[in-house]
Ligand binder design. Structure first.
Ligand SMILES: [Zn+2]
Ligand SMILES: [Zn+2]
Ligand SMILES: [Zn+2]
Length: 170
């Protein structure tokens, strides 16, 4: 453990999501971290925001906005798309949820509270998503950027392939 504030006891570079783990603890820890951060930053984790985060935490899988809206409706939060979109905007802006551009869908952050650039591994068979941390500013891209005086603010890393579960089943 390099970071004492990191709420999930994993190797900081290990991707979370594919391998079996104590998922109840995983969900509770992430919800707790989000609540603590909101309190610290004076943000309001309203019931609908909390519900959307909880739904995404339940699965290490990306959900599209419409799937989220369906589940909100089932949970009694109404069925107005802006409700879901506003909750997602809040969660993405504050780093609790990431958008996966490739799938146009959302996934809960696996490293809440830690400053990071996410890198995703997306299974093309079962849509499972694991999040690893990347440090593109330190890699080859970072070197190229420095060479031309470009300052990287954000990168999107989305690798597509086959997850260990699907490889075993094959
Ligand atoms: Zn989990
Ligand atoms: Zn993340
Ligand atoms: Zn898979």
């Amino acid at each position: 453990m390099t970071s004492e504030t990191h709420p999930i006891p994993v190797d900081a570079t290990a991707p979370v999501g594919f391998h079996k783990h104590d998922h109840d603890t995983c969900v509770q820890t992430a919800l707790g971290a989000a609540e603590a951060q909101c309190k610290k930053d004076g943000l309001r984790l309203t019931p609908v925001r909390r519900k959307v985060l909880e739904m995404l935490l339940q699965e290490h899988r990306a959900l599209g906005a419409y799937a989220i809206l369906d589940r909100l409706r089932d949970a009694g939060f109404g069925s107005q798309p802006p409700v879901a979109y506003r909750a997602l905007d809040f969660l993405v802006q504050n780093g609790f949820v990431h958008k996966i551009e490739r799938l146009n869908a959302f996934v809960a952050c696996s490293h809440p509270g830690a400053e990071h650039s996410p890198a995703f591994m997306i299974c093309r068979k079962c849509d499972a998503v694991a999040e690893a941390k990347s440090a593109p500013a330190k890699g080859i891209l970072g070197a190229a950027a420095r060479a031309v005086g470009f300052e990287i603010e954000r990168t999107v890393v989305e690798a597509e392939g086959i997850c260990p579960d699907c490889t075993e089943k094959a």
